[in-house]
Design a protein around this ligand. Sequence first.
Ligand code: RM4
Ligand code: MN
Ligand code: MN
Length: 431
Amino acid sequence: MAFADPRDANYIASANKPLAAVLAADYTALGTQLARRGVDIDAITKAVAGFKVAIPSWGVGTGGTRFGRFPGPGEPRNVFEKLEDCGVIHKLTGATPTVSLHIPWDKTDDYVGLREHGAALGLGFDAMNSNTFQDQPGQAHSYKYGSLTHTDAAVRAQAVAHNIECIKAGAILGSRALTVWIGDGANFPGQSHHGKAFERYLESTATIYRALPADWRMFIEHKMYEPAFYATVIQDWGSSLMAAQTLGPKAFCLVDLGHHAPNVNIEMIVARLVHAQRLGGFHFNDSKYGDDDLDAGSIEPFRLFLVFNELVEAELAKADFKPAHMLDQSHNVTDPIESLMTSAIELQRAYAQALIVERGKLGEYRAANDVLMSAQTLKRGFTTDVSPILAQARVSKGGAIDPVRAYRDSAYRQRCAQARPGKQNLGGGIV
Ligand code: RM4
Ligand code: MN
Ligand code: MN
C-alpha cells in the first residue's frame, strides 16, 4: 500500500485538484443565490475560515462504554502520538489549531517537549481538564465517594492539589484555562446533604481559583447525571452560574451539549449565560438519549444551528465575544480522525447557516408578530446547503476540499497500524 503524508501541502493540493472545478461552480451558484438575499458569500467564507475548535486529546483514541471497548488499528499510544493525529485533523480541515488535554491521561514529565512537539505540528493548547472522577495508581485517597465535595477534608485537599497541578502543566504548555468537571454526587436520596456538598464545592474551587494565573479562566462544567445517578453537585447551569458568580470574574460556565435532560432547550441556556456574561465555552457533541458523546450535528443538526444562532446574535452585539469551542466526543465505531474532522466541519456548517440568516428581515417579522415568517426566515439559513462555503474556507487555509477522502487516500491509518503496534486495552470504561 502506498502511503502519503496527509499533512503535506503538496499532497493536499494534489487531492484537491480533481475537485476544484466543481467547487468553483458550486461556490459561484451559491454566491448568486445568497446575493439575492443581500448576503456576501465571501464575507461568510472569511468568517467560517476564522472559526476554530479545540480537539479533545481523549477523542483521538477509540472510546468505549461500560460494556467494553473495541480498539481500532493504529491508535495513539501516548500524548505525543495523540498530537500527531490532531495535526492531521488540523491540516486537512484548517479548523482545529488547538488541543485540549486531560490530566492524568495525558500526563508527561516533559511538558516543554510536548509544547514544542505541538508547535512543530502547528498546534497550541486549549483548556486543561482535570480528572478527579477516577482513582489513579498509588493515589493516597479514593474518589469513590467524591472529590472536591468529599466529606473528608484530606480527599478534598488531594483533589484541589490535582487541579493546581493541571494549571501548572497548562502554564508550561501555553494553555489559558482549566475546565473542572466532577462526578461528585449521590446515587441514593439521603446519601448526601445537597446544600453542604455545594458549600464544600465552593470552598474547594475557591482554592483552585486563587491558583489561576492572571490571564487564566476557569470553566465550570455542569452535568445532570452520571456517574451519580440520583443527584450531581453541579447538575445544571443554575448551579454552574451560582458557582461562577461566587468565585469571581475569572470563572465561567461551560456547556456540554450532552449534559442535559432530553428536550431541554439548550439555546435558551446559552442566551441566558450570554446575558450573565458567564458563557465560557462549549463541549460540542451530539446525543439521542444521554451523554452519548456522538459526533457533533449527527443527531440534531437543527439544535446545533439554533445554538449557533444565539452565538451569532451575541457576536453581533459584542465584537469581542469569544467563547471557547471544544469538541468532547467518544468514538466507538468510527475512525476518530474522521469523526473529529466531520464534527469540526459540522460546527462550521451551523455557524455559516446562522451567519446567512437575514437578520434585518427577521427583526421586522418579529416586531410585527409575524410568527410564521419569523420561523421561516430563521429556518431558511438552516435549509441552505452551505457546503461550498465550508470547502472554500478550508481551501483558503490550505486544507482539503474533501478531508475524509484525502485522509483515506493517504492511508495514514494503515501506516499508524504498522508504526503503532496494538496497545490492546480490552476493558470497559469511558476511554
Ligand atoms: C464527562 C465530561 C467531561 C469529560 C469526561 C471524560 O462526561 O463531559 O468534560 O472530561 O466526561
Ligand atoms: Mn464534557
Ligand atoms: Mn460528558
